[in-house]
Ligand binder design. Structure first.
Ligand code: BGC
Length: 268
């Protein structure tokens, strides 16, 4: 399938590593202009943007913004419009973990994770929807007025001991995504989530970096391999394209079967 996102612009939050980087590179390879959002390591974001620009498909700029900060999110959208004219696609990807047993979890750890993973998705989605409505339809590039892709997790449905803040944020994204999809479908805005399982990124290096850890992890993955960021990038491009035009309000799990309750394959 040859998907073209030419003349569309995507903002990808948290795009200077892991899944966000893979989504940004894949969207650009499909022809979209991309905004590489980041908070730390500006040199990495600039390098990714430069590599995308050299590749010669979509263009890229790096834009700093903390997605949990309303003013910074607004400024990122102003900058994106100034550079590329409008925004067609938002990949709400920025997220982090601050793991702790419940009795040890501090309010700061709770607020940080909810602030970035959940409130950040609200702030960016709100700004994107305002831009879609301001700009109006562009039938020459897409059937939809705009597309929002929320990066969720298998943990929007699988409880995760020791990660209450993270699991709560992902459970919140599920209802945020579905409610936005219901509310915005009549306006032709499509809102979907990707639910990654274990993907080889910096967020979970400890879970796959040694053969022992990977062996343990694979017990949770029926398809018997740990995911790669590009596994998510491909689905992101498809969800952003008209190939998925009739899909809204859905989570596509990209998890090698992690949500299939593999413990029940032999038990129960
Ligand atoms: C988490 C990873 C974890 C994976 C599967 C993701 O949402 O960020 O740390 O490996 O879920 O449990």
């Amino acid at each position: 399938m040859n998907i073209s996102l030419e003349n569309q612009t995507a903002i990808v939050t948290g795009a200077n590593s892991g899944i966000g980087e893979a989504c940004a590179r894949a969207l650009a390879a499909a022809g979209a202009n991309v905004v590489i959002n980041y908070v730390t390591k500006p040199e990495v974001a600039e390098k990714i943007a430069a590599e995308i620009n050299v590749a010669g498909a979509g263009r890229a700029i790096a834009v700093a913004a903390d997605v949990s900060n309303e003013a910074q999110v607004e400024a990122m959208f102003v900058r994106s419009r100034a550079e590329f004219g409008t925004v067609d696609i938002l990949v709400n990807n920025a997220g982090l973990q601050k793991d702790a047993a419940l009795q040890d979890m501090t309010l700061d750890e709770w607020n940080l994770v909810i602030g970035i993973n959940l409130t950040g998705q609200f702030l960016c989605a709100r700004a994107a929807v305002r831009e879609f409505l301001r700009r109006g339809p562009r039938p020459e590039v897409s059937c939809a007025l705009g597309k929002i892709i929320c990066m969720s997790s298998v943990h929007e449905t699988i409880p995760w001991a020791g990660h209450a803040n993270y699991a709560a944020s992902k459970g919140g994204i599920l209802q945020l995504m579905k409610t936005m999809a219901q509310e915005l479908a009549p306006k032709k805005v499509r809102v979907n989530s990707i639910g990654p399982g274990a993907i080889k990124t910096p967020i979970n290096t400890l879970a796959w970096a040694t053969p022992e850890a990977e062996h343990e992890l694979l017990k949770l993955i029926p398809y018997d391999r740990v995911g790669e960021p590009s596994d998510i990038g491909k689905v992101c491009v498809w969800l952003a394209s008209d190939q998925s035009d009739y899909i809204t309000g859905q989570t596509i799990f990209v998890d090698g079967g992690m949500t299939l309750y593999p413990g029940f394959a032999t038990g129960g």
